[in-house]
Design a protein around this ligand. Structure first.
Ligand SMILES: [Zn+2]
Length: 444
């Protein structure tokens, strides 16, 4: 029982704030052009692991694009290992749009400000603070815990988790499950209700390139084979297409939990469930599931022509598509239909959709850890609308959950802070996260 009572020490609660702030001050902006340098942040983490007797391995595919991996041996050698991963890079931030400089790491009125405060230097710092507190207290987890601090999550992951999965699989030996970003943060759909969505799946990435061919010619002539017109027709059809509802096990479980919580008398198990009616009844809480009951396709880039009176022979567009698990074939058939006979389509970039079981012992332990520190909160499984490093690690047979616990004030629009302006995280929320992670990781 002694270990149960002993939570993270006060040093851990101080360190998580310092680490979040100092990691923010190390500018690891990833614009996707290859100019990001995660190395100083990786060294910052590695030095603090090494000082606690946890041996870090630094790995690079490209100079400067550094990943850190370390293993903490568990007390039960027969137990499977658990991966805890976080990325070190951040998306760009324009200082002119912010009320405080995005790389200041300023701590003001109990809040840490800056790019990465929620995505995801907060989690990087929480994990670091927890494992260092274990070293001070002589605590070892039950399972082996593999820590991975990755580069390049905000672009292709080729220098980060993709590289680690391809070239350093041995470092992840025995890992069956992983936890990382985008889950277990409090969400307040209305006053008095606190939900903690834990991610148990991600939609797949289906970025498409469309190419329309036609007859080039003078802009003043009749042209029934205009590539720009053909492309525009296809793009309009794709952009305004309403994808059919396809409920995955995770989304159905989320709907069941929410329907029960709001005492809505709808049987969520029936095959012909009218999801739109249920979402309507859920009100603001529907935001948790609405983005993942369907596939989506958004046109994002267009490229055609070079002069106003010249019809080009070719026109190109890009589509950001996202697919639910099990819908890949339907997605391809629908794209064949929507693009039509004169427009070709191909995958520009493709990543699998993920689904993790919500009736697993791991999900039950994640749920219990949150509810222990916020007994009034309700854990709800959910599917992420986009993707994370978990996609790359899934190639190693690792089932990923989104679990970066934070208890946030009801008036903070956490979702808007991801890649948003004035990204920030309250110190209290970091302390909550350290306590939950400490408890979960010890007992996992
Ligand atoms: Zn992230």
């Amino acid at each position: 029982m002694a270990e149960e009572v002993r939570g993270p020490d006060t040093t851990a609660l101080d360190e998580v704030v310092t680490f979040t702030s100092e990691l923010i001050r190390i500018d690891t902006t990833n614009r996707g052009g290859g100019d990001c340098r995660e190395r100083p942040a990786a060294e910052y983490v590695a030095e603090r692991l090494a000082a606690s007797g946890i041996e870090p391995t630094l790995l690079e595919r490209t100079p400067g694009r550094t990943n850190v991996v370390a293993r903490i041996p568990g007390t039960d050698p027969s137990a499977e290992a658990l991966l805890v991963h976080g990325h070190l890079d951040v998306v760009p931030a324009d200082p002119a749009e912010w009320t405080t400089h995005p790389f200041s790491g300023e701590i003001r009125d109990g809040v840490v400000w800056g790019r990465g405060a929620v995505d995801m230097k907060n989690m990087d710092a929480m994990v670091l603070a927890v494992v260092r507190s274990w070293a001070r207290q002589g605590i070892r987890p039950r399972r082996d815990i593999v820590l991975a601090y990755t580069a390049d999550e905000e672009a292709s992951a080729e220098d980060g988790s993709g590289f680690l999965a391809d070239r350093h699989a041995a470092l992840f030996e025995g890992c069956t499950e992983g936890i990382s970003e985008s889950g277990a943060f409090s969400f307040h759909p209305q006053p008095g209700t606190t939900l903690y969505p834990i991610a148990a799946g991600e939609r797949g990435t289906a970025w498409l390139k469309l190419t329309a061919h036609g007859r080039a010619g003078h802009g003043s002539k009749v042209n029934t084979a205009n590539a720009v017109t053909r492309l525009a027709d296809a793009v309009a059809r794709i952009g305004s297409h309403t994808w059919p509802v396809r409920l995955t096990a995770t989304v159905r479980a989320a709907l069941a939990e929410l329907a029960a919580l709001y005492a809505i008398d709808i049987d969520t198990r029936v095959p012909d469930l009218d999801v739109d009616v249920l979402l309507d009844k859920l009100g603001p809480a529907a935001a948790l599931v609405a983005p993942t009951v369907r596939n989506s396709t958004n046109p994002t880039m267009l490229d055609a022509g070079y002069k106003v009176n010249v019809i080009p022979g070719q026109a190109v567009a890009y589509i950001d598509g996202r697919t639910l698990p099990g819908t890949e074939e339907e997605f391809a058939e629908t794209m064949d239909e929507l693009t039509g006979p004169h427009v070709e389509w191909e995958f520009h970039h493709r990543e699998v959709a993920l689904e993790a079981p919500v009736d697993s012992p791991t999900f039950a332990k994640l749920r219990a850890a949150v509810e222990r520190f916020d007994p009034d909160g309700h854990v709800v499984p959910f599917t992420m609308s986009g993707g994370t490093d978990a996609k790359q690690f899934s190639r190693l047979g690792i089932t990923g959950y989104g679990f970066s616990p934070l208890r946030l004030p009801p008036d903070l629009d956490y979702g808007a802070l991801f890649h948003g302006v004035d990204e920030r995280v309250p110190v209290d929320a970091l302390h909550f996260g350290v306590r939950v992670l400490d408890h979960y990781l010890k007992s996992a």
